[in-house]
Design a protein around this ligand. Structure first.
Ligand code: THJ
Length: 279
């Protein structure tokens, strides 16, 4: 029942994955750099160029609605409507979560993350191989789940109507406008600050549910309120979306994030924290 209620934010332990290795409907994706994948990966895992995926929307924000581009991107992964997809990385879930969010946005319903990084898998003496699996390409019927993404216009409307809480997944320096990664620095007015890295340990394991709930409460995210979260360009906010969904929130990713908001002319920006002395 759990998987029916929360089909997207599935979290699978390393032990469970080891038991499931070799299942025909399981597609395991490795989001680490290619050189690391080549040295050894989890048996059956297919390499995905996570950095190239991250660069796609940065180069061309219009790619988010370019069905053709995603149809050709996803085909080599051999994912069908019934495939269970599990993703891992060695980057504290940052790259894996971006792929998780993107696949969900493209309409892949059965997608989850491993609760732990590849180095943890190795440290636990689980099987590793250099064998590269052969995957038959499969056309996937990409259908954008627009309820999982938020556009700039939707964020503006949500602020005006107070219909969603904005949650900023970036660093405190970026939030405060001290570290500027767009024409303007700062944050969306009324945005809470909940940095993605507060939710995942160094070994890629997510914090326990009670600890996650405490982090959310401390950041000012109240139970069951709809959330729009963002970072600079979609990755860090994907970690937030994953956690929020698991905790029962309706969470959207403003995927284009600050690279869009901070470079736009007409968007309201709050950077006053940067000029205030520390209390
Ligand atoms: O996408 S990102 O803001 O994590 S670089």
């Amino acid at each position: 029942a759990d998987s029916e209620e929360k089909p997207l934010a599935k979290l699978v332990s390393l032990a469970e994955l080891e038991r499931r290795l070799g299942e025909p409907n399981l597609r395991l994706l490795d989001a680490r750099p290619k050189a690391d994948y080549d040295k050894g990966h989890i048996p059956g895992a297919v390499w995905v160029d996570a950095k190239a995926v991250a660069a796609m929307a940065v180069k061309d924000p219009g790619v988010l609605t370019d069905r053709k581009a995603w149809v050709s991107w996803i085909a080599p992964l051999g994912i069908g409507p019934k495939t269970d997809v599990l993703i891992y990385d060695a980057n504290r879930q940052l790259d894996a979560a971006r792929l998780w969010w993107l696949l969900g946005y493209l309409g892949v319903d059965r997608t989850g993350l491993l609760d732990g990084s590849f180095p943890l898998w190795v440290a636990e003496n689980r099987p590793v191989t250099t064998e590269v699996p052969t995957v038959a390409p499969s056309p996937f019927p990409v259908a954008f789940r627009n309820d999982r993404n938020a556009t700039r216009a939707e964020v503006l409307a949500a602020i005006a109507a107070k219909s969603a809480l904005i949650v900023d997944a970036r660093s405190k320096g970026e939030y405060d406008g001290i570290e500027k990664r767009a024409k303007r620095g700062g944050h969306i007015p009324a945005a809470c600050h909940l940095e993605w890295s507060d939710l995942v340990g160094k070994d890629g394991r997510f914090l326990e549910e009670s600890a996650l709930r405490a982090k959310l409460a401390k950041a000012g995210v109240k139970a069951s309120e709809p959330v729009i979260t963002h970072c600079q360009s979609g990755g860090r906010a994907s970690v937030n979306v994953f956690v929020l969904e698991r905790l029962g929130f309706k969470a959207r990713n403003y995927y284009l994030g600050w690279s869009d908001w901070g470079n736009a002319e007409e968007t309201p920006v709050n950077a006053e924290a940067a000029s205030k002395p520390n209390p």
